[in-house]
Design a protein around this ligand. Structure first.
Ligand SMILES: Cc1cc2nc3c(=O)[nH]c(=O)nc-3n(C[C@H](O)[C@H](O)[C@H](O)COP(=O)(O)OP(=O)(O)OC[C@H]3O[C@@H](n4cnc5c(N)ncnc54)[C@H](O)[C@@H]3O)c2cc1C
Length: 404
């Protein structure tokens, strides 16, 4: 690991990854701290991303079916456009993916914030390490394969798997009426390894979700895991995204699928970092109160690439002011000219039950800060547009106009 490089002419604050964590960190620093630093014009936020766009990843379970569900200009937004509001000397966007952090970096950094997120096994659920074109390169064949699919298997009983099953169920099978069943044009099965789906929610809400799924023609099998796939890589590799697959379960049963979608755990994008900085699950080990990586000056990690808190956008949003304040404090200490250094700030995750899970376009299950929400409220907050109403303020930085 390199020692942060110090150049009096230019102090690069390198932010790796331009999604919820990286973009918000950059805006917060540019709005509240960079302008007030001594030698302000020497500080430059360098935001690095393989993609020219930011996207509302949460919308993928519906967006992957068709473009007509969302205004595409809101779903994907240009990253550079969001930063035109700041002085040129304070901001630079670089398109690219960091492949290694070593003593031979080509961009010397004064501070480094790692916000590279996590990749899903299925390339249908976000940019992973690619961009808008690579996401679309997955959506296109998947959409073409939908009309001829008769059996779809989804692995994973977390929100991404359940939401995707519900969207596909509603799309193919319609909704059951009060006294009638859904059409069941397409057999959709969710294979859930745990005893119940949606483990972040109380059992009553998970049961309610299962009943809602049944009305969309979705079957859930629980306490069963996918053991093997034939062909290997089905649903994961681009060339096998729409392969017919045989899914071998750990109870010895085989099920066939025209389409297989792995919606199981995401892997942190951290392979470019030395292994001693990572935990067993590949996430960066940070101080979960300050977001500093221990023992390395001005190195921080935030969001799904780090072990600081559970992966969720509301946790990232809550953490940004603390991270930015601590970066500012460390920059002032490094400047060495200021006597009035602000105190360290400490973050504490709110661990109360909070998760919204739309079940199709009309309702869902969810809870916020420990309070169960009715189906219509889940629709209002998330299900009607999968949070797209919230992302313009995040991407543009408007959300961070006021310091907190
Ligand atoms: C299908 C789905 C639905 C979800 N729904 C919700 C929800 O409803 N509510 C909620 O709170 N959370 C939800 N989440 C989780 C939420 O999306 C994540 O918590 C959030 O995206 C994490 O943001 P991030 O900025 O840490 O990382 P990411 O959003 O993963 O972004 C990381 C960025 O870093 C880039 N990158 C990767 N490698 C490199 C590299 N080597 N160098 C430079 N850049 C790199 C990536 O291209 C990407 O742009 C969902 C996740 C999925 C997959």
């Amino acid at each position: 690991m390199a020692t942060p490089a110090r150049s009096d002419a230019q102090r690069n604050i390198l932010v790796l990854g331009a999604s919820f964590a990286g973009i918000s960190t950059a805006h917060y620093l540019l709005k509240h701290y960079i302008p007030k630093l001594p030698n302000s014009s020497s500080y430059r936020i360098v935001l690095v991303s393989p993609s020219l766009h930011a996207m509302c990843r949460q919308a993928c379970p519906r967006a992957l079916i068709s473009d007509h569900f969302f205004d595409q200009s809101k779903l994907f937004v240009s990253i550079s456009d969001q930063f035109k509001q700041y002085p040129k000397e304070n901001f630079l966007f670089l398109q690219g993916a960091v492949t290694a952090i070593s003593t031979t970096e080509t961009v010397a950094f004064h501070s480094l914030i790692v916000a590279t997120g996590a990749s899903t096994p299925s390339p249908l659920f976000g940019f992973n390490s690619g961009d808008k074109d690579s996401l679309r390169a997955g959506w296109e064949p998947f959409r073409k394969a939908l009309p001829s699919a008769k059996k779809i298997v989804i692995a994973g009983g977390g929100p991404a798997g359940i939401e995707t099953a519900a969207e596909l169920g509603e799309y193919f099978n319609g909704r059951a009426g009060l006294f009638s069943k859904s059409k069941q044009n397409v057999e959709i099965t969710v294979v859930c390894g745990a005893e119940r789906i949606l483990p972040a929610l109380r059992p009553g809400l998970a049961n309610k979700a299962e009943k809602m799924l049944a009305k969309l023609g979705v079957t859930v099998v629980k306490s069963i895991r996918v053991f093997e796939l034939e062909p290997a890589g089905a649903g994961e590799d681009f060339d096998k995204l729409t392969s017919r697959a045989t899914i071998r379960l750990n109870n010895g049963q085989d099920i066939d699928a025209d389409l297989y979608i792995p919606a199981t755990g995401a892997q942190p994008n951290t392979s470019f970092l030395p292994s001693h900085l990572l935990g067993a699950d590949g996430r960066i080990m940070v101080n979960s109160q300050t977001f500093r990586v221990p023992d390395i000056a001005r190195l921080y990690a935030i969001g799904d690439c780090s072990a600081a808190f559970r992966p969720a956008v509301h946790n990232i949003a809550a953490a940004i002011p603390t991270l930015a304040a601590n970066i500012n404090r460390d920059l002032l200490i490094a400047e060495g000219t200021q006597t009035n250094i602000p105190d360290d700030r400490e973050f504490k995750e709110d661990t109360r039950e909070t998760q919204m899970v739309p079940i199709g376009t009309k309702g869902g299950v969810g809870a916020f800060m420990g309070w169960a929400f009715p189906s219509w409220a889940v629709w209002l907050l998330k299900g009607r547009d999968y949070w797209l109403w919230t992302t313009p303020a995040l991407w543009s930085g408007k959300q961070w106009n006021k310091a907190s």
